[in-house]
Design a protein around this ligand. Structure first.
Ligand code: ATP
Length: 290
């Protein structure tokens, strides 16, 4: 009987399911989310190559352990801490970018419905889009180089300060005039904020991506660079080919026609249901009266 009970208890031990608490489920969700995003980040950056290198290294160390290659294991043990520091230094730009991206993520505002008061009717209104598309197409036709950054949630103050303040209503004529060759304002980037031309001749950070087409020079690298450190959208008109591109979220969308360009710019406008739009318009009018 005793034996039977022991056998049964062993048998039921196999079916033992640990108690799962709500916190465990929350932990699983958080960890899945973090691991998924770290994997995506690995794939998007140079870290993917590093990751493959580390896997090869660990396989090598595993084999060294298996065959008791003590000298190799000794060298590995004594260099691992230096190796970790070296990796952090080498991948400092990627790590910085990943942390900046994390800081930009509006986790709570994305999950929770946003308060009407915090909603702008349009970040870039239809008139701004019309003017940007017309100016880009016109400049593309005559191969006038241009670099136009549209600011979003991330403030571009530090880049604005490198240029010359303009703060003028946005029109296609003004943009074309700014980028006209041999004029004082044509070099560098224009920054657009709240449907106005804020500054010109701004200096942007260059991307250090090595996989970018070698034919693309610093204008395109600057466009990708600013899109890596902010949520801005940047229009580039190539002086060499007249080709129009957009840099957004670290990606360069090349060779856009007027329709594609408009589509990309329109994607910056928040999708607001009509009833909320009407409410916002009313709110705006009331505020205007005050
Ligand atoms: N870091 C930067 N910030 C802002 N503007 C920049 C920056 N680097 C270059 N530019 C602009 O790009 C111009 C040089 O473009 P360059 O020919 O090197 O680039 P590109 O990508 O080949 O473009 P294009 O196809 O127009 O020749 C500069 O005169 C300047 O106006």
């Amino acid at each position: 009987m005793k034996k039977l009970l022991t056998a049964l208890s062993v048998y039921f031990d196999w079916f033992y399911i640990p108690k799962i608490h709500v916190t465990d489920i929350i932990e699983i969700i958080i960890l899945s989310y973090v691991i998924y995003h770290v994997m995506i980040w690995f794939k998007k950056t140079r870290a993917w190559t590093l990751f493959k290198g580390i896997v090869v290294l660990f396989i090598f160390v595993g084999l060294a352990t298996l065959f008791r290659l003590n000298t190799i294991l000794w060298i590995f043990r004594n260099t691992i801490s230096v190796g970790i520091i070296a990796v952090i230094i080498l991948f400092q730009p990627e790590l910085r970018r990943a942390l900046e991206e994390l800081g930009r993520k509006k986790i709570f505002t994305d999950v929770l419905a946003r308060d009407d008061k915090n909603l702008h009717l349009e970040r870039v209104n239809n008139h701004t889009i019309d003017e940007l598309v017309a100016a880009s197409i016109d400049m593309g036709k005559v191969k006038t180089g241009a670099l136009i950054v549209i600011e979003q949630d991330v403030a571009l103050g530090e880049y604005e300060n490198t240029g010359i303040l303009i703060d003028a209503a946005l029109t296609r004529q003004l943009l074309i005039n700014i980028f006209e060759h041999n004029t004082p304002l044509h070099d560098g980037a224009v920054i657009i904020r709240d449907n106005r031309v804020l500054a010109a001749t701004c200096y942007l950070p260059l991307t250090d991506r090595i996989d970018l087409n070698k034919a693309l020079g610093t204008r395109h690298r600057a466009a990708v660079g600013i899109s890596e450190v902010s949520d801005s959208m940047t229009i580039v008109v190539s002086e060499e080919t007249g080709e129009i591109s957009i840099a957004y979220g670290g990606t360069l969308y090349r060779n856009l026609d007027a329709i594609e360009l408009r589509k990309k710019l329109t994607s910056l406008q928040p999708v607001i249901p009509e009833h909320r739009r009407a409410r916002l318009r009313k709110g705006g009018k009331k505020n205007g009266k005050k």
